[in-house]
Write a protein that binds this ligand. Structure first.
Ligand code: UGA
Length: 447
C-alpha cells in the first residue's frame, strides 16, 4: 500500500520505516528541513537500535522516502498517519493537540478521496471526531475516513516492538477504514498476532489505560521497595513471588528511581485530565503521579544517606543520565531531579552516560561543580561514591574489584539493582540498592 506519515519524531520515523519493512511504500513528511536532509542521507536524529540500518535499506530500495513537501508526500497515499507530538499543556496537564489539528488542517485539501487519516500519536478520547470535523471544514465532500491506531513502542526496542507487537489496535467508524487498516497490518496479523478492532474512543483510551496501568505497576513496586527497606525484606524476591502469578505478571515490577521518558509522565497527567474532564472519579492515577514525583527526591535523599547524611564537598560519580537504557532520551529522566538536588546539597558530580551526553548537556543545568566525563573510568576516578541511575548493560559488567582501586571510597548506590548483594560484599563494596536491605549473611545459600 502507499502510505504517508506526518511527523518524523520518534513514533513517525519508527512507524514509517517499519511499514516499509512490511512491504509498503512510505513517504515521511516533516517541516524540519535539516531533519529531512539528514534522513535522506541515512542519518537518524535519535539513538534507536536497528533503525538506521532499516532507514538506509528501504531508502535504497525506494520503499521509504522523505520530504518537506506535503503535496508531494500525500500523492496517492491511501493511508495518512498523523504522528506529530502531543506534549503536556503546562497550564492543566492535558495533551496539547495544536500540532495534531494543524496537521489535519494542512492535509485536508490535499488527501485523495477514500483515504484513511489515522492518529498514531497518543491522543485523548474524542480526538478522531475532532480531526474529522477539522478536515470536513475544508473538504466539501465527506469522502475520507478518520481512524485511531495507537502505538505501543518502547524506546530502545521500538523496531522489534513494531514488527513483533503483542497486539494491533484499530479504532474506526466505517467498514472501509477497517478494511484498509486490516490490509495494512496483514503482514503482521498473518503471523497470528491479534488485531482488535473497535470504535475510535475505545482505541484512543486503550493507549492511556495501558500506559497508566504500567506506570501504576512501577509506582506500586517502588512503594513496596520502600516498605521492604524498612521491613528488611527483599523487593526483587517479592516481585518474583508476586509476578509469577499470571494474573499479576512478572514485567514492570522493577523498582528504580521513578519512571520517566516522553510517555508515562505525560500520559498519566493527560489521563488524569481526561477523567476530570469527563467528571469520572479518579483516585489512582493522581496518586501514581504524586508517588512518582516524590520518588525522585526520595532517591536523591537515599544517595545522601548512603554517604553519611552530608555530601558537602564529596565527589560522586553518576553513571547513566537517560530515563532508561538504550536511548539517548533525557525527557523527564529521574536524573533531571537527582543531579540538581545533589549539586544543591554541595556535592561535586562526575557525570557520564554512554549515549545521552549531548542531550544531557543541553537540558541539565549544572554549574562548576559538575564535570562531564568522557567515559566510565573518568567518572569514577577518586570519587566518594558511584551512583548508578540508568541500567546500561556496560554498568552491569563493571569489575568492582578493579574499579574500587580508582575510587576514594568503595561505596556504590545502585538505583537499578544490577548486582548481587553478596557478590558486591565479597568484592569489598559498601553496596546500597533499592528495596533490598536484608542482611547479606541471610543471602548465603542454606547448607
Ligand atoms: C512506554 C511504554 O512501555 C510503551 O508501550 C509505549 O508505547 C510508550 O511508553 C509510548 O507511549 O510511546 P517507554 O517510555 O519507551 O515506553 O519506556 P519504558 O520501557 O516503558 O520505561 C518507562 C519508564 O519506566 C523508564 O523510566 C523505566 O526505567 C521505568 N521502568 C520500567 C521502571 O522503573 N520499572 C520497570 O519495571 C519498567
Amino acid at each position: 500500500m502507499k502510505i504517508a506519515v506526518i511527523g518524523t519524531g520518534y513514533v513517525g520515523l519508527v512507524s514509517g520505516t517499519c511499514f516499509a519493512e512490511l512491504g509498503h511504500h512510505v513517504t515521511c513528511i516533516d517541516t524540519d528541513k535539516n531533519k529531512i536532509e539528514a534522513l535522506k542521507k541515512g542519518r537518524i536524529p535519535i539513538y534507536e537500535p536497528d533503525l538506521e540500518a532499516l532507514v538506509i535499506q528501504h531508502a535504497k530500495n525506494k520503499r521509504l522516502s522523505f520530504t518537506t513537501q506535503l503535496k508531494e508526500g500525500l500523492q496517492g497515499a491511501e493511508i495518512v498517519f498523523i504522528a506529530v507530538g502531543t506534549p503536556t499543556n503546562p497550564k492543566d496537564g492535558s495533551a496539547d493537540l495544536s500540532w495534531i489539528f494543524q496537521a489535519a488542517r494542512d492535509i485536508a485539501p490535499l488527501i485523495q478521496k477514500g483515504a484513511v487519516v489515522v492518529t498514531k500519536s497518543t491522543v485523548p478520547v474524542g480526538t478522531a471526531s475532532r480531526i474529522r470535523a477539522v478536515i470536513y471544514k475544508t473538504r466539501k465532500k465527506k469522502d475520507v475516513y478518520v481512524a485511531s491506531n495507537p502505538e505501543f513502542l518502547r524506546e530502545g526496542c521500538a523496531v522489534l516492538d513494531f514488527l513483533q507487537p503483542d497486539r494491533v489496535i484499530i479504532g474506526v467508524s466505517s467498514a472501509k477504514a477497517e478494511q484498509k487498516l486490516r490490509q495494512l497490518y496483514l503482514p503482521i496479523t498473518g503471523r497470528g498476532i491479534p488485531l482488535i478492532c473497535t470504535n475510535t474512543q475505545t482505541s484512543e483510551l486503550t493507549k492511556y489505560a495501558a500506559n497508566g496501568f504500567l506506570a501504576t505497576k512501577i509506582a506500586f513496586i517502588n512503594e513496596m521497595a520502600d516498605i521492604c527497606e524498612k521491613a528488611k525484606a527483599d523487593v526483587e524476591v517479592l516481585a518474583q513471588g508476586m509476578g509469577l502469578d499470571p494474573r499479576i505478571g512478572r514485567t514492570y515490577l522493577k523498582p528504580g528511581p521513578g519512571f520517566g521518558g516522553s510517555c508515562f509522565p505525560k500520559d498519566t497527567r493527560a489521563l488524569q485530565y481526561i477523567a476530570e474532564n469527563y467528571g469520572a472519579k479518579n483516585h489512582l492515577i493522581p496518586a501514581v503521579i504524586e508517588s512518582n514525583e516524590e520518588r525522585k527526591f526520595t532517591m536523591a535523599k537515599k544517595i545522601i544517606a548512603a554517604l553519611g547524611g552530608n555530601i558537602k564537598g564529596k565527589t560522586i560519580g553518576i553513571l547513566g543520565l537517560t530515563f532508561k537504557a538504550n536511548t539517548d532520551d533525557m525527557r523527564e529522566s529521574a536524573s533531571l531531579v537527582i543531579v540538581p538536588y545533589l549539586l544543591k546539597a554541595g556535592a561535586v558530580l562526575k557525570l557520564f552516560d554512554p549515549e545521552g551526553m549531548d542531550q544531557a548537556k543541553s537540558i541539565l543545568k549544572t554549574g562548576k561543580d559538575a564535570q562531564w566525563c568522557e567515559d566510565m573510568d573518568e567518572a569514577l576516578q577518586k570519587v566518594d561514591a558511584a551512583v548508578i541511575l540508568t541500567e546500561w548493560q556496560m554498568f552491569s559488567t563493571i569489575d568492582w574489584r578493579k574499579m574500587k582501586k580508582k575510587m576514594k571510597q568503595p561505596i556504590v548506590v545502585d538505583m537499578r539493582n544490577l548486582f548481587d548483594r553478596a557478590m558486591m560484599a565479597k568484592q569489598g563494596i559498601t553496596y546500597h540498592s533499592v528495596g533490598r536491605e536484608v542482611a547479606t549473611a541471610l543471602l548465603a545459600p542454606s547448607k
